[in-house]
Ligand binder design. Sequence first.
Ligand SMILES: Cc1cc2nc3c(=O)[nH]c(=O)nc-3n(C[C@H](O)[C@H](O)[C@H](O)COP(=O)(O)OP(=O)(O)OC[C@H]3O[C@@H](n4cnc5c(N)ncnc54)[C@H](O)[C@@H]3O)c2cc1C
Length: 402
Amino acid sequence: MDFSLSPEHQMVQKMVRDFARKEIAPVIKEYDRKQEPIPFALQRMGELGILGICLPVRYGGQGMDYISLGLACEELEAVDTSLRVAMSVHTGLCSLNLFQWGTEEQKQKFLIPLAKGEKIGCGAFTESGMGSDVAAMTTSAKRDGDFYILNGEKMWISLASKADLAMVTVKTNPSARKASDGLSTFIVDLHSEGVKTGDLHGKLGVRAGATGWISFTDVKVPVANRIGEEGEGFKITMSGFDHGRYTVASGATGIVRACLEASVKYAKTRKTFGKPIAEHQLIQEKIAKMAQDYEIARLLYSQVGWLKNEGKRPTRETSYAKKFATEASFNAAAEAIQIHGAYGFSDEYDVERYLRNSKGAIIYEGSSEIQSLIQAGYALGERTDKPLRCELPAYDEEYWQG
Ligand SMILES: Cc1cc2nc3c(=O)[nH]c(=O)nc-3n(C[C@H](O)[C@H](O)[C@H](O)COP(=O)(O)OP(=O)(O)OC[C@H]3O[C@@H](n4cnc5c(N)ncnc54)[C@H](O)[C@@H]3O)c2cc1C
């Protein structure tokens, strides 16, 4: 067993860390306060190759492995969640799912510009009336010759107003015996006639991220844009969540680390009762918990990255990593505020933003309750992973970089 990072992994880590610390950290408070996305962030992530980090060079990516994707997400979210959310939806829900399920023509047409960051992607599944119960969606598509006609509205979609393309799952067969068999997935050009998008305001966190809605009114989507077969939409959506949850887990690990670093720094300088608060054992206990949770979260997401590299489906392990890291990040942020005392309660320090940002990840991409159901299903022997028609390809350095 080898837990070390390769020189390539360390290079990715450094490149993303430098970008986040030098270009994002100085302006993040301003945009978080204004509740606006940093205007240059997506473009820079594209230019630096971060958006296509783990995709083969032949498809416009950087040819790195899946562990690199986790490392990049950890570095991004250690500075701000809005950047990691972009990775979750652009790279996780959209590009990687297209890489897994798309035809060669679809990869040539859509994946290459996505991986290069020339086009921005998102994943649109949630609606105003449903989130956890994916099969209950009502947005529909009806076949009409060489097209499908889409109608309905998706809600709470990250990058809705910024994306060019969306991986969208809709209902194609409302009378399917099992509701989940009645769904299909499409890649939709958001500049098509009949598509409208907008932003939601007043969010608790991820305020420098665009979260919005997409409405479809008689939108004509070519049959050639259907991902997989008709009726495979539920499986494809769940595959997307495997990728997205991995990015959420590794990103939340970055929040734990950021809380730990901020707490250590503050605890060494703030004095009470004649000594630095770092010397009070109750403060040490909080710091020790953050340090321990960071290690656990990192190991859990590294395991997922490794399984992905091996071509083994990590749905169960991804669920552990996602639930553990997101809950640990929320707890770490709450304790980091406590360590900072009144200053932690103000936006002079970053820790209040970490707390606001960490809550969303306990809700999206499968809430903690849904993760518990998944984990109990495996533990009780009621859930097993059957092979999929299309699996995510195992990492092969020669193919990826060729
Ligand atoms: C910042 C942000 C960004 C998002 N980005 C996207 C995106 O890019 N694309 C997208 O499609 N969606 C996105 N979402 C939506 C997100 O995926 C949903 O909010 C999530 O799936 C939960 O759905 P819901 O909000 O409808 O809650 P509901 O499904 O209505 O659940 C409400 C509560 O009940 C619990 N619950 C539900 N079912 C059960 C059960 N069987 N047993 C026990 N408890 C249960 C849930 O855990 C939750 O606590 C985003 C949400 C947020 C907050």
